[in-house]
Design a protein around this ligand. Structure first.
Ligand code: BG6
Length: 467
């Protein structure tokens, strides 16, 4: 089991605790931290919601969510969480609410007779981020406890903004009140075990490190396919779509990890600088090439689900990008995501030589691991060649797929104030800028939106495979 260095008395304030993300990801992660004793005994959780919701209801929905994952519930851990969890009713638009929240946090600190590290986790729709950040700031909640001996940190869920302009606005708003060191922009794909392995694998195996360029690599395809649909998130999803939801964040980050120069010190600042170099060396899809370099689709039944008969929001997006970096010129990087597909599968496939023949694949999920496909001679007199695979998977290699899930890791790293697996404002902006021409083209017309059957492989992408 992973250990946490010197956990400190803390309070985690979860904005939007009754939402899907908090119920399915954030709260289970918090529960696991209590269960595995990874937090200080004086660690409290405050859930905010607009409605007056009893803490017992939140605990009940947490248990339902754990049950859905087939996890046996640990009554002792639930009992500890019950004693630490409380609710605070808050209208994000109402300044008074934040005065009350500040007093409430102070009362918890008074009762615990200690100052607490404060974490504000914004698990709320992106449209409300700005307001909450501003209200936290104008009410002094960006400071630690009143004696000033602790810090306050802001954890933000993606998407950061809706496009370059809104992201710039949000960045300006947050930096007015919070220092960059207090900000943790979460991209939970960076916290997945295989994503964490990409740099180590590349760095520690000279075999691959030396061929990591366009003289050997002919194509990189990063895919995050999901079998689930939008799962009731109609309002959020119909305004966002697949490109903003997954390509701009998770897939761009995985691409940056795959291509970046490996810094010798592996410190957070060097990692961020190297990732930014990658993002800035990629070329936005030229406006007149959007139809050639990008494909979008919508699963059948989506419009009824969101009750918007004319919606052109994509539930599937695939985009090919190119880099201007001399080491990567000419290599297509294809980023693909879709909902309502046959299988859940996230992978990074690196083709060497003719695509499909000799390839290295990082399996991010499920069945986490790494596969190398090689050509070998089939036994016998003939010189027939067959592909064969060398396979590493965490389960058989280490007995477990991962000791921590992505959200647990996110919380722990924020508590340890390690920024390496979070994204910087510059990375966020660079990723938006790359997609602007596609966003603009897709916004202005519904042309080329292909409807695909749920449970299928998605739209026809032959034109992209040919690039
Ligand atoms: C989220 C997206 O960031 O990632 C969701 O908003 C998506 O639409 C989810 O379903 C997928 O995460 P995971 O960890 O289940 O692959």
């Amino acid at each position: 089991m992973a250990t946490v260095t010197d956990p400190k008395p803390s309070v985690i304030v979860i904005f939007g605790i009754t939402g899907d993300l908090a119920r399915n990801k954030v709260l289970p992660a918090v529960y696991h931290l209590y269960k595995n004793r990874m937090v200080d005994e004086h660690t409290f959780v405050v859930g905010t919601s607009r409605r007056d919701v009893p803490a017992e209801d939140v605990l009940a929905s947490l248990q339902t969510s754990l049950g859905q994952e087939d996890e046996a519930i640990d009554p002792d851990a639930i009992a500890v969480l019950r004693s630490r969890l409380s609710m605070y009713t808050l209208d994000p638009e109402q300044p008074d609410s934040y005065d009350g929240l500040r007093d409430y946090l102070q009362s918890i600190e008074d009762k615990a007779a200690t100052c607490l590290e404060r974490y504000f986790y914004l698990s709320i729709p992106p449209q409300v981020f700005g307001t909450v950040v501003e209200q936290l700031g104008t009410h002094g909640l960006q400071q630690g406890c009143r004696h000033g001996t602790t810090t306050s940190r802001l954890l933000l869920e993606k998407p950061f903004g809706y496009d370059t302009q809104s992201a710039e606005r949000l960045i300006a708003q947050t930096s007015e009140y919070f220092e960059e060191s207090q900000l943790f922009r979460i991209d939970h794909y960076l916290a997945k075990e295989t994503a964490q392995n990409i740099l180590t694998f590349r760095q520690r195996n000279p075999l691959f490190n030396h061929i990591w360029n366009n003289r050997h690599i002919t194509r990189v395809s990063i895919t995050a396919a999901e079998a689930i649909g939008i799962e009731g998130r109609s309002n959020f999803y119909d305004q966002i779509g697949a490109l903003r939801d997954i390509v701009q964040s998770h897939l761009m980050q995985l691409l940056a990890l795959t291509l970046m120069e490996i810094p010798s010190d592996m410190g957070a600042d060097s990692i961020h600088a190297a990732k930014l170099d990658v993002l800035q060396s990629l070329q936005p899809v030229p406006a007149d090439k959007v139809a050639d370099q990008a494909v979008r689709g919508q699963y059948a039944g989506y419009r009824d689900e969101v009750a918007n008969p004319t919606s052109t929001t994509e539930t599937y997006a695939s985009v090919v990008l190119f880099s201007q970096h001399p080491d990567w010129q000419g290599v297509p990087f294809r980023l693909t995501t879709g909902k309502g597909l046959k299988l859940k599968r996230t992978s990074i496939t690196v083709d060497l030589g003719e695509p499909g023949i000799n390839r290295l694949q990082f399996r991010v999920q499920p069945n986490e691991g790494i596969t190398l496909t090689l050509q070998v001679k089939r036994p016998g007199l003939a010189r027939d060649v067959e592909p064969t695979t060398m396979n590493f998977d965490y389960e058989s290699g280490f007995g477990v797929a991962s000791t921590l899930n992505a959200y647990e890791r996110v919380l722990i790293e924020a508590m340890q104030a390690d920024h390496s697996l979070f994204t910087t404002s510059q990375e966020v902006l660079a990723a938006w800028e790359l997609l602007e021409p596609v966003l603009a083209a897709w916004q202005s017309s519904g042309d080329g939106l292909e409807v695909y059957e749920q449970g299928s492989d998605g739209p026809d992408v032959t034109k992209l495979s040919a690039i």
